[in-house]
Ligand binder design. Structure first.
Ligand code: SAH
Ligand code: AVI
Length: 322
């Protein structure tokens, strides 16, 4: 269909090289780590969708409800002509905006590392919104914002799900500064952020009773097994997620169950694990309104509106350059 453009920012060979370098760096580090963007192969994206349906994982549910309650007000203010979405995944919350903006909206630009989910989502949206053009970009939001096509007017940049919280402070600021470069006065940025709250609620959201989050966490090892011919035994790594109050973040780790050596053939590397040694796989920072307002201001994106649910679990910031 000519309403669909599908841009892939890196060749398979480039992606393979970067993946090798990143896994190597993480596995030879004295504190082992892996980058959370590698959770999201087709299986990982499916597991994340299951997470969003868990009773314990309040962020998706609360953000959806909040967005539904403000969407008419929002769209009346911003009347978007195009929506650029970072880490768009299944675009399920986005559809609230797509529905409400039908009269003004011409183009939707989802950008995500996970080609499988963007592909199936784009096809679904094309048939559901016959007036809409879709320009999908498979890429890394920390590297490829410059590849987003020139604006056709009144652009809204959407960044939902508190995915910004998966970056550390420096990377968050960098990304917001890159976002600033793709908007002009009159455009806006909609940022969904998970808020600091009672530790029990936070920790339960990352330790669900069905073990879906544990499977999501371990999937990163399956991704390495598949792409680098490694022999991680997934059941030999325990899921561990806890709130680090001092740093306002959930940390997810995989903990080695005993002494073990993992062979990563594709890197020609043997990795030794001590009992209880951790691989740090994800941080998920939690915010306050002030913290969000400050970081946006630092990126020259003044906060113009702040929405939160009645229990102040989740926030949606609207920022606009001057
Ligand atoms: N926005 C959706 C999905 C959130 S899950 C929601 O709110 O429910 C995080 C999404 O970001 C996944 O689809 C994942 O593939 C994508 N993602 C993670 N790191 C990324 C990166 N560095 N660049 C682009 N996309 C990324
Ligand atoms: C995508 N991201 C904001 C999710 C989060 O909550 O940090 C990923 C996730 N990790 C474990 N559960 C969900």
């Amino acid at each position: 269909v000519d309403r669909l453009t599908f841009d892939v920012q890196v060749t398979n060979a480039q992606a393979a090289t970067i993946f090798m370098e990143d896994v190597h760096a993480g596995m030879v580090s004295s504190r082992k780590f892996l980058l959370p963007k590698y959770f999201y192969d087709a299986d990982g994206s499916e597991l994340f969708e299951k997470i969003t349906e868990l009773p314990e994982y309040y962020p998706s549910r609360v953000e959806t409800k909040l967005l539904a309650s403000i969407v008419d007000d929002l769209v009346a203010r911003i009347q978007p002509k195009e929506i650029v979405e970072l880490g768009s995944g299944s675009s399920s919350k986005t559809q609230l905006l797509l529905n409400a903006s039908q009269s003004s909206l011409k183009r939707y630009i989802p950008l995500d590392v996970s080609s499988s989910i963007v592909n199936s989502t784009a096809k679904r949206l094309l048939s559901k919104y016959p007036q809409l053009s879709i320009h999908a970009i498979i890429g890394d939001f920390e590297q490829h914002l410059a590849m987003i096509p020139p604006s056709i007017g009144r652009r809204t940049v959407l960044f939902l799900g508190s995915t910004l919280g998966n970056l550390n402070e420096t990377s968050r600021l960098n990304l917001l500064q890159e976002i600033r470069k793709i908007v002009v006065p009159g455009d806006c940025v909609l940022l969904g952020v998970d808020l600091v709250k009672e530790v029990r609620i936070l920790e339960e959201a990352y330790n669900d009773s069905q073990g879906v989050t544990a499977a999501f966490n371990r999937n990163i090892l399956a991704v390495i097994n598949k792409n680098l011919q490694a022999d991680f035994q997934l059941e030999m790594f325990r899921h561990n997620a806890f709130y680090n109050e001092e740093r306002s973040r959930i940390e997810m780790h995989l903990i080695s169950q005993g002494n073990q050596t993992v062979r990563i053939k594709g890197l020609n590397l043997d990795v030794l694990f001590r009992p209880e040694e951790s691989i740090w796989t994800e941080s998920s920072y939690k915010f306050t309104r002030d913290a969000v307002e400050n970081m946006l201001a630092h990126a020259d994106l003044p906060l113009v509106q702040w929405y939160t649910d009645s229990e102040a679990q989740f926030g949606i910031a609207v920022a606009s350059p001057e």
